[in-house]
Design a protein around this ligand. Structure first.
Ligand code: SF4
Length: 336
């Protein structure tokens, strides 16, 4: 299909129209395109758009099976295949999330925080309440993680990292209120790591990109969704120099109402995760960073009890520690 005048006059939403124009241009400019399909609502729209424009069948649709997936998501993949006449490659994680978490540790709070804690744990850190200059001689190989741990103390860090100090920095432990105090009083008794992300998603995606010699990767990331995923980008297109590949996010500028417009205009049907379970997002099942994880878990327990049992087991340490941390923050706030 061409985004020509006949088509344009049928679209009454500027952002949706804009995304079609950009998508057509990106498909034309590239030869081998990987579209990462998640089975989530934004991904449904991306699949609809690309299948409308990809006359030359340059797009390879891939779903990454993390080892912890809703059965409703798997049904959605079947539905997309039959509606659009495409094949969605199901790629199993290099290491499924349960194995990763068992081997390396469980994610806690965010990927970045998990990575810092993992590094400190690797150096047998004792969660000391000391300044960077005092800690560095004891843990000389944990510099960057110590920088995170000590970033609550501006002057101390300013001396060592003049350009990067600052409590408000997203690289600072102060980003998570009272986290340092909490960890000093309650050192983690389980291994922390976000390696599940690399083995279940990132590294797997890189592998398939190389395999199909992709020159473009398309995802359904929207700026309005917020969080680290969307925050990592400032525009809908970019070049990833490390991987040597272009990336494109056709829905990057969509607001909620743009998305609704698209859904109605093109009769988009989402998975039962939305229509029956009532979830607002799908993403990683039961992932411990979610603010509404308790609500999400009770939904999973009701609709997919086996998956609930798996989440409770795989992320057990993280769930308990997160709950303990949130309680601590509440208490600290109440004291002030
Ligand atoms: S988003 Fe999923 S795969 Fe990534 S760190 Fe969180 S739980 Fe692991």
């Amino acid at each position: 299909m061409r985004v020509d005048n006949d088509f344009m006059v049928t679209i009454q939403n500027a952002e949706v129209l804009n995304s079609f124009v950009k998508a057509e241009r990106e498909i034309e400019r590239h030869d081998s395109i990987l579209c990462s399909v998640s089975g989530g609502a934004d991904s449904d729209i991306v699949v609809d758009m690309l299948t409308k424009l990809d006359d030359d069948r340059k797009v390879v649709y891939v779903w990454f099976d993390t080892g912890m997936e809703y059965s409703a998501t798997k049904e959605q993949l079947d539905y997309l295949e039959s509606r659009y006449g495409i094949t969605i490659r199901r790629e199993k994680a290099i290491k499924p999330i349960p194995s990763s978490c068992r081997e390396f540790g469980q994610p806690f709070l965010s990927k970045y925080v998990s990575e810092m804690i993992e590094r400190l744990q690797r150096h047998d850190f004792k969660w000391e309440d000391e300044a960077y200059s005092a800690l560095l001689p004891k843990y000389p190989n944990a510099k960057s993680a110590l920088k995170w741990w000590c970033s609550w103390h501006d002057e101390d860090l300013a001396e060592h990292f003049p350009s990067q100090s600052g409590k408000s920095s997203k690289w600072s432990i102060s980003r998570n209120r009272y986290l340092r105090e909490f960890m000093i009083e309650n050192p983690p008794q389980f291994k922390v790591s976000a390696k599940c992300c690399s083995y279940a998603k990132k590294d797997l995606s890189f592998k398939i990109e190389r395999e199909i010699n992709a020159d473009l990767v398309v995802t359904g990331i929207r700026k309005a969704e917020g969080g680290a995923r969307a925050g990592a980008y400032t525009t809908c297109t970019s070049f990833d120099a490390k991987r040597g590949i272009d990336t494109f996010r056709p829905l990057f500028w969509y607001t909620h109402s743009d998305k609704e417009y698209y859904e109605q205009r093109f009769d988009i049907q989402h998975s039962r995760c939305y229509t029956e379970y009532g979830l607002k997002r799908t993403g990683c099942v039961g992932y411990p960073f979610g603010r509404k994880i308790c609500d999400e878990l009770s939904v999973i327990k009701h609709y997919e009890p086996q998956l609930y049992a798996a989440c409770s087991n795989v992320f057990k340490g993280s769930y308990l520690y997160t709950e303990q941390y949130r309680k601590y923050v509440k208490e600290q706030k109440a004291r002030r």
